[in-house]
Design a protein around this ligand. Structure first.
Ligand SMILES: Nc1ncnc2c1ncn2[C@@H]1O[C@H](COP(=O)(O)OP(=O)(O)OP(=O)(O)O)[C@@H](O)[C@H]1O
Ligand SMILES: [Mg+2]
Length: 231
């Protein structure tokens, strides 16, 4: 479904060019749940932004369902992104002036869903992340973990084919974190959603049937069972 070939990403600051991702090739299929681990600064967020069509690689090929997406126009990319991908950003990116439910409803409103229907679906998903009683709160009136759950609800509300989550359980206590993992797993089982989870938490990674690691700009399949790391 997502096919990345020979992807490289370099940043140039002044005269210095730094390679963040080098010649990275990987394929993700519909219905997979994959964890992405790697040290801080190893390029996980950079990789997620490329996979989610928010950023372009310096070189390489990227096909989604067989179609080249790197040559797509900006309009086509926004439409693809809105239809295909749900993001949980590392820093949430909630809009401060909007209530929780309006934040969650945004992806639906962008694609032209009516206000009433968007509200109904936003409330249902907020209920599922345990925030049914917080839907009229603004982000500043929520705790860090509650904001994270609003961000997760926003990623899931449009029933995307791909969910890209950057440290989705980082600010959550273990019980709530497990609830969120269960929600991702359910979405995966019920709807065949492809879930990519960036995490530093071996317990989260251990629940993902496929695990990859970014190191020195390259991506590796993690073959050793990581379960023992979780204890
Ligand atoms: N816009 C940019 N310009 C220049 N360098 C950048 C830019 N964005 C990221 N980098 C560099 O790319 C590297 C990878 O950053 P990235 O955010 O992808 O790391 P990460 O693996 O997500 O780390 P963390 O676990 O801390 O979130 C870092 O060294 C960072 O300084
Ligand atoms: Mg990051």
């Amino acid at each position: 479904m997502l096919e990345l070939r020979h992807i490289s990403k370099t940043y140039r600051i002044g005269p210095i060019e730094t390679a963040i991702l080098s010649d990275l090739s990987i394929t993700f299929s519909a219905g997979e749940v994959v964890s992405i681990m790697g040290g801080s600064g190893s390029g996980k967020t950079t990789f997620m932004n490329i996979v989610g069509l928010l950023d372009k690689p310096t070189s390489g090929e990227y096909r989604i369902n067989g179609q080249d997406v790197l040559s797509a126009t900006a309009d086509r990319l926004s439409a693809l992104r809105n239809q295909l991908v749900g993001f949980v950003f590392q820093s949430y990116f909630l809009l401060p002036r909007l209530s929780a439910w309006r934040n969650v409803a945004l992806p639906l409103l962008y694609r032209g869903t009516s206000d009433g229907e968007a509200r109904r679906r936003a409330l249902a998903i907020l209920e599922r992340v345990g925030l049914g009683d917080r839907c009229d709160h603004k982000p500043s009136e929520l705790s860090g973990g509650q904001r994270q759950r609003v961000a997760i609800a926003r990623a899931l509300v449009g029933a995307p084919a791909v969910v890209l989550a950057d440290e989705p359980t980082g600010a959550l206590d273990p019980a709530v974190a497990q609830g969120i993992m269960d929600l991702f797993t359910e979405m995966n089982r019920e709807l065949g959603v492809l879930v990519l989870i960036i995490t530093h938490d071996p317990k989260v990674a251990a629940q993902c049937p496929r695990r990859v690691v970014l190191r020195h700009g390259r991506i590796f399949e993690s073959v050793e069972p990581m379960l023992e790391l979780a204890h």
